[in-house]
Write a protein of this length. Structure first.
Length: 401
């Protein structure tokens, strides 16, 4: 059994050496992945029964003694683990502690004795099965070297005052023929859970059962609890990425598309009817008014004839006619004048056969005048105008007066 466990340890560390050479890898377009390393310090609890008689006194009145039965041993635990892949980790764990037990040279007395255990193991982690990466359950198999610096006495005899002997015996079916043996090579089988407070600091618990599988059998359960630190790539971002998975590359693709720009001017309008090359736009740009008048001139009537021909071919469209004035005059007066100019154009188009349901009119007075009152009459003529705008937003259209 000793040869098997030694070969197991050599094979285990050989595999770790091979894996350590590939501790990091480059995924091309992905960020370099670094395998995790965990270290921890904690406490170890071992359950190994020990019994002792103390303060034995014999007289004619009878025998008196103190019996002590202890099951628990405590020690410090050190932990080191290295990721092989998301499913498997290799670890090395060690325990060192001291217990009070009898002195084999003087059974009636107790002394502090040492025990120690160290050995590698391999963990099968269930983390890839879970969506959350901050709780990591695992199964563990390991091999250990175990040393105890004390005997486990199961029987003895004490001489009474008459010269006879008082015999006592303690039976332990789980640990046979191990009373005087101090060195063992037990196998360990267990389960543990690591819980991470964040990506670097966590808490772990682990329970195992140790057995030697030999005639001089040492069997006992033990548990550990420890605080841990983790180094390497973030588990929150990389745990779901298998280092052996095929590389995925993302190629940036740029698509260009012309998007029409809507024009907002004074009052929110969907957009202008067209550009300077559109016939309807050109026609309405030639409708002007004399100073302080809303009467359509003879020249403008000819323009409206042509505009009506175009509009009658668009019966399903909605158009807003807006009247303007130049910057001279009172605000209220110019407001009324601009409304009259827009209404005059609307009425003229309806008279030429354009559907009244297609048209609405409004005036904005001198609020939208581009030139100041000090400019020449010829220059300010450009502010005395009407415009036509195509309205696509029906909710907006229905709210217009």
């Amino acid at each position: 059994m000793k040869k098997i466990t030694i070969l197991y340890a050599i094979s285990l560390f050989s595999y770790v050496s091979a894996q350590a050479q590939t501790g990091t890898f480059d995924t091309g377009s992905r960020q370099e992945y670094k395998k995790s390393t965990e270290i921890g310090l904690g406490v170890d609890f071992q359950f190994l029964s020990r019994i002792n008689f103390q303060n034995y006194a014999s007289s004619a009145e009878g025998d008196r003694y103190k019996l002590k039965l202890r099951d628990m041993m405590f020690g410090g635990n050190i932990y080191l683990a290295r990721e092989l892949n998301p499913w498997f980790y290799i670890d090395l764990q060690g325990t060192l502690g001291a217990v009070k037990t009898f002195d084999e040279n003087d059974i009636g007395k107790e002394k502090n004795k040492m025990f120690a255990m160290v050995g590698p193991g391999i963990q099968f982690r269930l983390t890839p099965l879970f969506k959350r990466k901050y709780v990591e359950p695992y199964f563990r198999v390991g091999v250990n070297y175990y040393h105890k610096d004390f005997y486990i006495i199961r029987q003895n005899q004490l001489e009474n005052f008459e010269g006879n002997f008082l015999e006592w015996q303690h039976s332990d079916q789980f640990n046979k023929n191990t009373e005087t043996k101090k060195n063992f090579f037990p196998m360990a089988f267990g389960f543990g859970v690591n819980s991470w407070f964040n990506d670097r600091v966590g808490f772990g618990v682990q329970g195992e059962y140790l057995t030697t599988f030999s005639s001089k059998r040492l069997n006992f359960p033990h548990a550990t609890a420890r605080i841990m630190l983790r180094f390497g790539s973030s588990k929150a971002s990389t745990r779901s990425v298998d280092p052996g998975a095929p590389e995925i590359r993302y190629v940036e693709k740029i698509v260009t598309k012309e998007v029409p720009v809507e024009i907002v001017k004074e009052v929110i309008v969907e957009k202008l009817i067209g550009t300077e090359s559109d016939p309807l736009f050109l026609l309405f740009s030639n409708i002007n008014f004399d100073f302080d008048k809303s009467t359509i001139t003879q020249e403008s009537n000819k323009v409206l004839d042509d505009a009506a021909v175009i509009l009658k071919k668009m019966p399903n469209y909605k158009f807003l006619i807006t009247g303007f004035t130049d910057s001279r005059g009172a605000v209220d007066y110019n407001q009324t004048l601009s409304q009259d100019r827009a209404a005059a154009v609307k009425s003229a188009l309806i008279a030429r056969g354009v559907s009244a349901s297609m048209l609405k009119s409004r005036g904005v007075g001198k609020n939208a005048a581009s030139l100041p009152p000090t400019e020449t009459a010829t220059a300010r003529e450009g502010d005395r105008k009407v415009t036509i705008e195509y309205i696509k937003n029906m909710e907006y259209w229905n709210k217009l007066p």
